[in-house]
Design a protein around this ligand. Structure first.
Ligand code: ACO
Length: 321
């Protein structure tokens, strides 16, 4: 599989740690030292379908692919504008991708990697030839802005990539642990029909993002290094040979811990959570777009991408550029 082009879209509105310290009891020092996040973009009205479409158009322009050439669009998101129609269909309509089949992927911070794996499988089977993948979120609508333990972490944005079949190597490992699903939850829907006693009220606890931060931290610092070791074995390369590690931008301490455990220089692990916070499914494509546009990834480079998050879910990919 080859990435033909990438694109990003971010809301204009910047919210700094100091801004947050005016609405909850927190400080720039606490947030920066625990997470590496200094500011995030928060929707000032931009919807997921708008951000996704903007990122998609930038990716198509760079890929020199027209919207009509696309035969599949996948949007990874946990914060769609609504359940139906899906976000991929809304993007299709906005960009005029009349020949595409469209569906969404719900796998939280691993969503974009699962979309990438799905694209690779479709390309390998020959079923589709030009695929648009998007990770897009407005997490700000699921965040409880009175809860300092979560509201400081998340941001909004979208990243996209256009991919096609190619001889470049692509190797993937992934997994899920539904038994630990309750450590990260959001937006529960009530059962609501004439046979149930249950009302239609969703409590704030069921609606807002809930996170057991320490459990998520332990999961991430165990699973990501393990999956990197598995992928290098599967791809028959060594950790030292990898040029870039693009990890989900949840938290600088998670990334530093992975680097330490596998003896990887931090320079090989680009980060942008200082500017965007944790954007869930958008985080990896936003970072990928940034490093590609800066020319950091050179032809022939070996790159590992790794996503991990709610579900619990994780996915790690080895790609040659
Ligand atoms: N500002 C100031 N104080 C705070 C804040 C805040 N924003 N948030 C929590 N605190 C306080 C707590 O109330 C607690 O106070 P107490 O000791 O008086 O009770 C104290 O800080 C320590 O709280 P902990 O939760 O123990 O803080 P911890 O050191 O674990 O750091 C953090 C919290 C940063 C969330 C950490 O657990 C973490 O990095 N977890 C990973 C989770 C993550 O990144 N999730 C992202 C979403 S999931 C994903 O993308 C994979």
């Amino acid at each position: 599989m080859k990435i033909l082009g990438t694109g990003s879209a971010l809301p204009d509105h910047i919210v700094t740690n100091d801004d947050l310290s005016k609405i909850v009891e927190t400080s720039d020092e606490w947030i920066t030292s625990r997470t590496g996040i200094r500011q995030r973009r928060i929707s000032g009205g931009e919807t997921v379908s708008e951000l996704a479409s903007k990122a998609a158009l930038a990716a198509l322009e760079q890929a020199k692919v027209s919207a009509e050439e696309l035969d599949l669009i996948m949007v990874a998101t946990i914060t769609p504008d609504g359940i139906m129609p899906n976000m991929a269909c809304m993007v299709q309509d906005r960009i005029g991708a009349v020949n595409a089949t469209c569906f969404d992927i719900n796998a939280a911070c691993s969503g974009f990697l699962f979309a990438l794996n799905t694209a690779n499988a479709y390309l390998t089977s020959g079923m589709y030839q030009k695929i648009l993948l998007i990770g897009a979120e407005t997490l700000s609508k699921l965040v409880n802005w009175e809860d300092r333990t979560t509201c400081v972490l998340f941001g909004d944005g979208a990243g996209a990539a256009v991919v096609a079949a190619d001889e470049q190597r692509y190797v993937a490992v992934s997994g899920s642990d539904g038994a630990k699903g309750q450590v990260l939850t959001a937006a529960q829907l009530p059962l609501r029909n004439f046979t149930t006693e249950q009302g239609d009220i969703v409590t704030p606890e069921q609606f807002y993002m809930y996170m057991n931060g320490q459990e998520v931290f332990k999961f991430a610092v165990r699973t990501v290094p393990d999956s990197i070791l598995k992928i290098v074995e599967k791809a028959q390369v060594t950790v030292d040979e990898i040029d870039w590690f693009l990890l989900h931008q949840a938290n600088e301490r998670i990334i530093a811990s992975v680097a330490k455990r596998l003896d990887i220089p931090m320079e090989k692990m680009p980060m942008n959570m200082d500017r965007y916070g944790n954007t869930s499914a958008a985080s990896i494509p936003l970072l990928l777009d940034e490093v590609l546009r800066k020319g950091m990834i050179k032809p022939g480079n070996k790159v590992i991408l790794s996503g991990f998050g709610g579900g619990l879910t994780w996915g790690t990919v080895y790609m040659e550029f």
